[in-house]
Ligand binder design. Sequence first.
Ligand code: PXL
Length: 297
Amino acid sequence: MSLISDSNYHYPRILTMQDISCVGQCSLTVALPILSACEIETCVLPSAVLSTHTSGFQNFTCHDLTDEIPAILRHWDSENIRFDAIYTGYLANQKQIAQVLNIREICGTPDCKLIVDPAMADHGALYPAFDTSHVSAMQELCSHADFILPNLTEACLLTDTPYTETYTPDFITNILHQLKNLGTKNIILTGISYEASSTGVVIADHQEIQYYKHQKIAQHCHGTGDIYASVFTGAYLHGKNAYEAAKIAADFTVSCIEKTKDDPDHWYGVKFELVLPELIRNIKKKERNKQTDESSS
Ligand code: PXL
């Protein structure tokens, strides 16, 4: 799936399974434009339709789409539709979490990558709709994933570690080992901060642990986990390696927060649309350099 030039770009097809929060700049309404900007054919399996996301809005509506999934799958299979990757985000219930492996079995290509954002918690707490049985189901899904992208709260829940706001590199290394013991192949752990002025992302594969440090912006913005996971997935499937994809995703997320932080009316999400041109430039950068290198050699 790696790229040399536009002419032999393998045009990947991904299935992303998460909810449609009609308002709130999260889940499918950010994944679809971001993955498209990364030149990935993006198919969707909506897990639920909500009037808004569940963090901060009152009296939101939610229509669970779990019962639709088997018929959708049967139709895709009858049409021989296959996906190079499956990327999951916010899933509405344990039944849906359990369906993901079945979806890969039926509609995944032989090398189908499974990328799981265990979107279920932040700042030390589970999202309002979930309880601990959701965590157990997510542990099982993560154990089969090629990549998981938890924040620290989710990583603590997945490893039964008490959440803490201050920690040492050893604490993080220990969590990474426990996540590896679950069976997951690669971990991208976001929001890991060892000093007041910076934060960063830890990239752990089978042989090394790397850290990409970046600017920390004091303001909390909703939906940045979804933005981060979508950009990582898009950049990785476009052909970047995991470190480069993690870096592009971090830089994109920081820029989104920068564009949003001074607007108190925009508390529910980030203005990611303003940063899409920067994402497209970053995705294409290496290719352009490579092409220039090739044509000058
Ligand atoms: O951003 C994660 C997310 C996605 N979808 C829904 C949510 C949340 C977080 O609260 O409520 C419905």
